[in-house]
Design a protein around this ligand. Structure first.
Ligand SMILES: CC(C)(COP(=O)(O)OP(=O)(O)OC[C@H]1O[C@@H](n2cnc3c(N)ncnc32)[C@H](O)[C@@H]1OP(=O)(O)O)[C@@H](O)C(=O)NCCC(=O)NCCS
Length: 220
């Protein structure tokens, strides 16, 4: 079936949590929703908690002005209906005097390891400032999240979503920054991202900070 990329609507977020949960099931999710906290689940099922938490975060990020795109497996060419099979979320350079983002203020279920979550955010933020300087990635397009339904991977959906953001950033002369998982790194390399610094371990996942420059690099 044809794949169609479109901006997400708020109604779409009800599907995004499940895709995020499934895409990160064997990596980040294992650490954020560990078995020893399952007894603290408000719903009795940490899986349900994670999907809800991810839905809420996606919605909040959209309301904070972050761009979200989905790819839909459409029944026919030209149709916008169909199953959402992957999504990307982008943080854009904030306009001067913008209100602070609220995404960290969504409800946190008891089954979520808040210390691990904070550790992850702090580590990613620290690396961005260490590698890019005091302003971090605040003047760049930042790919916060790229997740494809595991049953739909290797169909070019991740490439479509990443490339779309790069093209939009390039149009306004902005660079693109991201922190890649080992699964994402080959895709970003093939799109022209270069790694900044050494890869680093956060809670068992090896991350690589990567930059795509809108200005062609001068080689001597
Ligand atoms: C990483 C991810 C986004 C890739 O999405 P995808 O739709 O499967 O990727 P595509 O089909 O667009 O593949 C793009 C390229 O990457 C390569 N690729 C994709 N997954 C790969 C993998 N696991 N290992 C090595 N290469 C891979 C493909 O060969 C393809 O190259 P090609 O176009 O030259 O053939 C997806 O696997 C995913 O959601 N993973 C779990 C969550 C995650 O880690 N997200 C990235 C966060 S930075």
């Amino acid at each position: 079936m044809p794949l169609l990329l479109r901006p997400a609507t708020e109604a779409d977020t009800a599907r995004l949590g499940r895709i995020g949960r499934d895409a990160f099931r064997d990596t980040v999710s294992l650490v954020l929703f560990p078995p020893h906290l399952a007894c603290k689940s408000p719903t009795g099922d940490p899986d349900v908690d994670e999907v809800q938490w991810r839905d809420d975060r996606s919605l909040q990020r959209m309301r904070d002005g972050n761009l979200t795109f989905v790819v839909v497996d459409a029944p026919d060419r030209g149709s916008e209906a169909g199953e959402i099979v992957g999504f990307s979320q982008w943080e854009l350079p904030a306009p001067p005097n913008a209100a602070p983002a609220q995404a960290n203020q969504v409800a946190l279920p008891g089954s979520l390891d808040q210390e691990a979550l904070q550790h992850l955010f702090t580590a990613l933020d620290r690396e961005s400032h260490r590698l890019l300087g005091p302003d971090g990635h605040s003047n760049m397009w930042y790919l916060m999240l790229l997740a494809i339904d595991p049953d739909q991977q290797r169909r070019g959906i991740g490439r479509m979503l990443a490339k779309h953001g790069i093209d939009l950033a390039a149009k306004v002369g902005k660079d693109v920054f991201l922190v890649a998982t080992p699964e994402g790194k080959p895709l970003y390399q093939s799109l022209g991202f270069r790694q900044l610094g050494d890869s680093f371990d956060v809670l068992g996942t090896i991350y690589s900070a990567m930059l795509w420059s809108s200005e062609p690099r001068v080689t001597s």
